[in-house]
Design a protein around this ligand. Structure first.
Ligand code: DP6
Length: 365
């Protein structure tokens, strides 16, 4: 490697929140009102791969050459302080220059390179090898890759910067994709709101995640914009933040530790419901679920009632919905085939109803 060029490649997978993040206390630093817990998917199934190259140019400006899934864009830091502008073609429109340069500034500030500002040409090539049809946004894995690349390329001092802080500056949920397995992102301040691994990816091998993707052409409100409106207008949000911080994070950690599927499933569904309740309490309301989503919630409830005893012990599947109509279902190995059969033959007989379904596992470490 020449002294004038530093090249790093990193791979990360998307994550699915079990206890959701919704609402910031600081828009610029991306500090969440409440902590969240997620599961990171397997990089061998779904993966973003990013290569970042730093080169010396001798110029004043920092020039960025970005290729996102083959869509190329060039920009520099001359306009970085102006209004937030979109960069690239991320499906959620959440990649923006302002956030990018905030990450870069932070990485340079904790760099151990002799002159981090001399490396002012930045080439980024980022590709997803998972289909958009699996219903997962690529922004979390994309920003996680970018943060890990920057931290490594700028030789950031680990005592001064945790790479999950860098990812958080790109997109909140991205900090959780820096780590595999079951991950918690804590609320806190600039330095303490970080992601940590609760349990490794092999902790619960019997747990499957099924992504059910519905046909949906309507343009949704992005998470960034939606949560801003919720913070501004919802009166229920405060109660949800309190519930999550005081009860749910601790409960979820315990249920995961004990691999207690029944309680894990109930809490996952309840937190998804509460999240969508605050979306509805936003003014004007945010409706992320559609009729298919509601039908699937019906299916899950019916499936759970099919067992011998109509009590909690009968819970065999859980659902969770992010800021969109597609569902993530959680089911143990022993009930997976039965669930797939039910979805295919009884509820969604017409294949036109859903675009695709994917069984995903979390195995990355
Ligand atoms: C519903 O992380 O995409 O998926 O921080 O503004 O970039 P920004 O938002 P983002 O929000 C994700 C919201 C969610 C819940 C979650 O992943 O916890």
């Amino acid at each position: 490697m020449s002294n004038d060029i530093i090249k790093v490649t990193v791979e990360c997978a998307p994550n699915i929140a079990l206890i959701k993040y919704w609402g910031k206390s600081d828009e610029d630093l991306i500090l969440p009102l409440n902590g969240s817990i997620s599961i990171t998917l397997d990089t061998s199934v779904l993966r973003t791969r990013t290569t970042l190259t730093l080169s010396r140019t001798g110029k004043q400006l920092t020039e960025v050459y970005l290729s996102l899934n083959g869509v190329v864009e060039e920009f520099d830091d001359s306009s970085s302080s102006s209004k937030e502008k979109s960069v690239g073609s991320d499906s959620d429109g959440k990649v923006n220059k302002k956030r990018f340069f905030r990450m870069l500034e932070r990485a340079r500030a904790s760099s151990q390179l002799d002159d981090p500002f001399a490396f002012n040409r930045i080439d980024i090539v980022s590709d997803n090898d998972f289909p958009l049809a699996c219903g997962l946004a690529s922004s979390a894995s994309g920003f996680a890759c970018l943060a890990l690349c920057m931290a490594s390329a700028f030789r950031c001092d680990r005592n001064k910067l945790d790479a999950t802080e860098l990812a958080r500056l790109g997109s909140g949920s991205a900090c959780r994709s820096c780590l595999g397995g079951f991950v918690k992102w804590s609320s806190g301040d600039e330095r303490s709101s970080l992601a940590t691994q609760l349990f490794g990816a092999d902790h619960w091998p019997e747990l499957n995640i099924l992504a059910v993707v519905f046909q949906e052409h309507r343009k949704k409100v992005s998470s960034t914009a939606g949560m801003k409106e919720t913070v501004r207008t919802s009166e229920l949000l405060g109660r949800r933040v309190e519930l999550v911080e005081q009860e749910r994070l601790g409960q979820m950690e315990t249920y995961l530790r004990e691999r207690d599927f029944v309680n894990f499933a109930k809490l996952t569904m309840k937190d998804s419901n509460t999240f969508h309740a605050v979306c509805m309490d936003t003014y004007p309301p945010l409706f992320y679920l559609n009729d298919y989503s509601k039908q699937l919630i019906g299916l899950v409830n019916e499936f759970n009632r099919l067992s011998v005893n109509d009590d909690d012990l009968s819970i065999k599947v859980a659902y969770s919905f992010d800021a969109g109509p597609n569902a993530f279902l959680f089911v143990l190995d022993k009930n997976l085939n039965e669930l797939l059969y039910l979805i295919n033959t009884i509820y969604f007989r017409s294949s036109k109803d859903f675009a695709s379904k994917f069984v995903l596992k979390s195995k990355s470490s």
